[in-house]
Write a protein that binds this ligand. Structure first.
Ligand SMILES: C[S@@+](CC[C@H](N)C(=O)[O-])C[C@H]1O[C@@H](n2cnc3c(N)ncnc32)[C@H](O)[C@@H]1O
Length: 385
């Protein structure tokens, strides 16, 4: 089918309307005329671009179409930022209830900001090992593995390893999952299962050193850490400045991971209590922020309510699903003067912030960052009073 792609929507699609039917189109730039192959297997039809008939001026040679992981890599960076801003505005308009009017009244502009260059910034790369023992990634939308010897989104140190795989012979076997890590505070490492190597045949401990904003953390190489090299400093700055932390503040932090925020918080506030669910991250956080009171727990709305009792400042950085309406309501109803919500999904953010506004909170600022260049993802930091 030939059609004209409209504006971008959540999930990496542009939307098209043909004979009254809505079609989600993958691989088109807004405004382009394209030929698509239609998948009618679901109620909402999806189209994948097979040919571009009238290319957009924003279309560029794809930065990485060897395998998945760069869904927007066919657009120039400015167009990627415009795309993400449109998706964020759309989520706010459709799911945010009073949030849109709130932002307008406060004169707050919604805009996804560029953070550094688009290539060479990813400090973690998870790959598979193919039948020949080569490091490989899944081809887009397929189970097939494609051997790779470079990945332009990854940091140069990761590309050095990808390009010198012969030196690593025997370190990994077909079927293994391998993670390549380029920490900001030490040389690169390779993890295979629980084993971590700093060079072929040279095993080291499980943790790597990360540095940002004058702090350093030791984090389990296979555990969670923000992947963009500038993410720690960007998010720390947005969260700590946003909540206007005072030395006398008591802070409750939820979904604290390995202590990215916890460590600076213990340095800059009176008392910090932190909750996190993953055992390895809790152990990392206990080492990184020994002054904080850290609890391993599965976070629920009732924990968000009880944990935020008595806190002056609350910080929450949940995974993609967000806080949920009950969780967001629990935080909104606390006595905290400031709440920082870090969201990696714009739809979850709009729903959570809406629940907070409906429970009496006001948005002080909303900052969105492109910490996942060439992909459809973004990070949004919302500060509420
Ligand atoms: C987006 S990460 C943020 C971690 C940390 N703030 C950082 O930036 O490094 C989310 C964290 O929440 C934890 N998590 C997700 N769902 C959870 C739950 N229901 N209970 C407890 N922890 C959870 C994950 O283990 C992960 O460490």
């Amino acid at each position: 089918m030939r059609l004209q792609a409209g504006g971008p929507v959540h999930g990496g699609y542009t939307i098209a309307r043909v004979d009254g039917r809505v079609i989600l189109v993958e691989g088109a730039a807004p405004g382009e005329t394209v030929e698509v192959e239609i998948d009618e297997s679901e109620k909402l039809w999806k189209g994948i671009v097979t040919e571009v008939i009238e290319p957009s001026p924003d279309r560029v040679p794809h930065v990485w179409d060897t395998a998945g992981g760069a869904e927007l890599g066919y657009l120039r960076r400015s167009a990627q930022l415009a795309w993400k801003t449109a998706v964020l505005e759309d989520a706010i308009g459709h799911l945010g209830g009073p949030l849109q009017g709130h932002l307008k009244d406060a004169g707050l502009n919604v805009r996804v900001r560029e953070v550094g260059p688009g290539l060479g910034t990813r400090t973690r790369l998870d790959v598979d090992v193919d039948e020949e023992g080569r490091l490989a990634m899944h081809a887009r939308g397929s189970d097939a593995l494609v051997a790779i010897d470079h990945m332009p989104l990854a940091a140069p140190a990761i590309n050095d390893i990808l390009g010198s795989q012969d030196d690593w012979a025997g370190t990994w076997r077909p079927g293994d999952r391998v993670r390549l890590v380029a920490p900001t505070g030490q040389g690169p490492v390779v993890s295979v299962g629980k084993d971590v190597y700093k060079a072929p045949g040279r095993k080291i401990g499980a943790r790597v050193v990360e540095r940002a904003a004058g702090y350093s953390w030791e984090v389990t190489a296979t555990g969670f850490w923000q992947t963009h090299e500038k993410a720690p400093v960007t998010l720390l700055d947005a969260v700590l400045k946003g909540v206007r932390l005072r030395k006398s503040d008591r802070v409750a932090e939820f979904y604290g991971g390995s202590g990215l925020f916890t460590l600076p918080l213990t340095d800059q506030a009176r008392a910090v209590r932190m909750w996190e669910g993953t055992a390895a991250s809790v152990r990392d956080a206990e080492r990184n922020a020994p002054k904080a009171e850290i609890t391993r727990a599965s976070i629920t709305p009732s924990l968000l309510a009880s944990g935020s009792e008595g806190a002056d400042v609350v910080i929450a950085d949940p995974s993609r699903a967000g806080l949920g309406i009950k969780g967001a309501t629990a935080l909104a109803q606390s006595n905290a003067q400031a709440i920082a919500l870090v969201s990696c999904d714009p739809a979850a953010m709009a729903r959570d912030v809406r629940a907070m506004i409906e429970n009496g909170r006001s948005v002080m600022s909303l900052a969105a960052f492109d910490l996942f260049p060439h992909t459809i993802h973004m990070e949004v930091v919302t500060i509420l009073s």
